[in-house]
Design a protein. Structure first.
Length: 434
């Protein structure tokens, strides 16, 4: 159990001095091309940061759609606005459609999290709103005095003890707390105004009230059951879940003169420098009729309103596939490079197989080209073998004398011990010394 402190953005019936709450639960799941981030319970400052990370993971997943399921009465104001705005920026850059879903309760801080999403849907009887800030000041000076105890606060300034329960809550102390609460509330009102397209004055006029979703007006997009959310809200996206289907939809829109579709088609059909279009793709591209002249502005605006979701989903999925293809190519190149280096020890190859292509290229460049002839694999007397042929260094007196006089040729080798592997160490050439 945890205690919420300071200014709170929480349901009023849960706000109070010293009240304890269970830890918030933040989870992520994937089903039917939809990644769901679920948040339940009162949220502390650390929980706000956990939600940001969970949303980031959901946006990085292959799913074109993300649901933020909120079942929370709110929580602490600390780090809330920064966290929500960070999530809004991440969502805007991702190009994915992110929808908030409220099955039961999304009040105060939880409603602020809903405003991070593109759309907000709720069950008809769910509770939303409570847009505001609350803070309790405890004054225990009378109770302390009744026990015959007098506490004296020694501070560096007259306002340093404001908010302490052991200092009288004067009108000045209350006014100072009110200023903080109002400042946080203003930030909350601005967030809701931006997300829901209403004025700050309209948000403020709600006076922090809690509303049933079916009467919440512009605070949500619509009331809908969970099953209908998946089958209805995301229906258009699910019907075009494959690359070919979405590309066909964009090509059709481009053929009708949709300017956004024409731009999207040009971007999506661009290939990497390493890729060459096959004959079938070229033939299909040649058969695609040129776009018709744009129709009147009203028709273009109507079509543009329905096309961005398709384009966002298409771009996100194509980007993920290109990244996956690049990773596969890099792994193939890396494995080919390592297969050509039969001079490296198995331990070294095992380490390099877990590195990136760039890391392997840098390491092999530092080691230099593979030697043409077998190289001694270890220091004198080490006859262990790896991928290369190992040979024991002679210990006779003649060889030792020639070695000290500098008459024995040395070549770079891989020197291994129980605790380390060293590359490029100059050791005597056994053949030259014999």
């Amino acid at each position: 159990m945890r205690t919420l402190q300071g200014p709170l953005m929480i349901a009023p019936h849960l706000a109070g001095v010293g009240m304890k709450y269970p830890e918030a639960v933040v989870t992520m799941s994937v089903q039917d091309d939809i990644t769901t981030v679920s948040v339940s319970g009162p949220m502390l400052r650390d929980d706000h940061q956990r939600v940001v990370k969970a949303i980031g993971s959901a946006l990085a997943s292959p799913s074109p759609n993300v649901v933020l399921a909120l079942d929370s009465p709110g929580g602490e104001a600390d780090f809330l606005m920064q966290s929500v705005r960070t999530a809004r920026d991440m969502i805007a850059r991702s190009g994915k459609r992110v929808v908030a879903w409220v099955p039961a309760v999304a009040l105060s801080a939880a409603y602020a999290w809903a405003c991070a999403c593109d759309e907000i849907y709720a069950a008809p009887e769910a509770l939303v709103g409570s847009i505001g800030v609350i803070q309790f000041l405890a004054d225990t000076t009378a109770a302390t005095a009744a026990q015959g105890v007098r506490l004296i606060a020694v501070t560096s300034g007259t306002r340093k003890a404001d908010g302490s329960p052991d200092v009288e809550a004067t009108s000045e102390v209350i006014a100072s707390a009110q200023t903080i609460v109002d400042g946080l509330a203003d930030s909350f009102f601005e967030l809701v105004s931006e997300a829901r397209g209403v004025s700050v004055k309209e948000v403020s006029s709600l006076q922090g009230g809690t509303m049933v979703a079916k009467l919440a007006g512009t605070l949500i997009n619509d009331t809908i059951a969970r099953s209908d959310l998946m089958a209805g809200v995301f229906k258009g996206n699910k019907e075009m879940s494959t690359i070919s289907e979405m590309l066909a939809a964009i090509q059709a829109a481009a053929a009708e003169g949709d300017e956004e579709a024409i731009k999207a088609l040009a971007t999506l059909t661009a290939t990497d420098d390493e890729e060459k279009p096959d004959a079938a793709a070229t033939s299909n591209a040649e058969e695609t009729p040129p776009p018709f002249p744009p129709k009147d502005d009203e028709e273009k605006e109507a079509k543009a309103a329905s096309s961005p979701v398709i384009f966002k989903a298409m771009k996100a999925q194509l980007a993920a596939q290109k990244q996956e293809l690049k990773q596969i190519r890099d792994e193939i190149k890396r494995d080919k490079l390592l297969a050509s280096r039969t001079d490296l020890a198995p331990e070294t190859l095992a380490v390099l197989r877990g590195a990136s292509l760039e890391g392997v290229q840098t390491t092999l460049k530092a080691l230099g080209p593979a030697p043409d002839a077998p190289v001694a694999a270890a220091v004198r007397g080490d006859t262990r073998r790896s991928n290369v042929e190992a040979a024991a260094v002679p210990n006779d007196a003649t060889y030792t004398r020639r070695l000290r006089m500098g008459l024995v040729k040395k070549e770079p080798a891989i020197v291994r011990s129980a605790k380390s592997i060293k590359f490029g160490v100059m050791v005597p050439d056994v053949k030259a010394g014999s």
